[in-house]
Design a protein around this ligand. Structure first.
Ligand code: FES
Length: 140
């Protein structure tokens, strides 16, 4: 049996989710609440770190084999949208050749997540820029 506090916490979470659904797609909310590929990577083949104009920093780690990204992870101190985009972009990058992964730009990230409110679109750009930086780091 759940306590009054647990019931309160559940109700609060439901209210936060209901409010989020007014602005964000289910894909964004799912990737925000259950982010894939979040965490650091030991000994990555490529590493990118970019701080956006908002002041948030994104880091991406890639592992490359035979010209393909076989693993991709991210960490961020940024907003919930950056967490969702980190999850989406790293999922998109995994299994792709480096050339194909370079095509994962802001537009692709936005299309994949079903769009973001205009004020949050820069979060997707931060992700795609960081992925490119990680790929360039590998190529150097
Ligand atoms: Fe900075 Fe979203 S507000 S990444």
């Amino acid at each position: 049996m759940s306590s009054d506090f647990e019931k309160f916490a559940e109700r609060l979470q439901e209210e936060i989710l209901e409010d989020a659904r007014k602005h964000y797609t289910e894909t964004v909310i799912d990737n925000w609440m259950h982010p894939r590929n979040m965490g650091r990577m030991e000994d990555p083949d490529g590493y990118g770190r970019v701080t956006g104009p908002c002041g948030d920093t994104m880091e991406i780690f890639i592992s490359v084999k035979k010209g393909k990204i076989i693993d991709c992870k991210f960490v961020t101190d940024g907003c919930g949208t950056s967490i969702a985009c980190g999850s989406i972009v790293t999922e998109l990058a995994k299994g792709k050749s480096l050339d194909k992964a370079k095509e994962i730009n802001q537009t692709v990230a936005l299309e994949t997540c079903g769009g973001l409110p205009p004020d949050d679109e820069h979060c997707a750009l931060l992700l795609s820029n960081t992925l490119i930086e990680a790929i360039r780091n590998y190529e150097r």
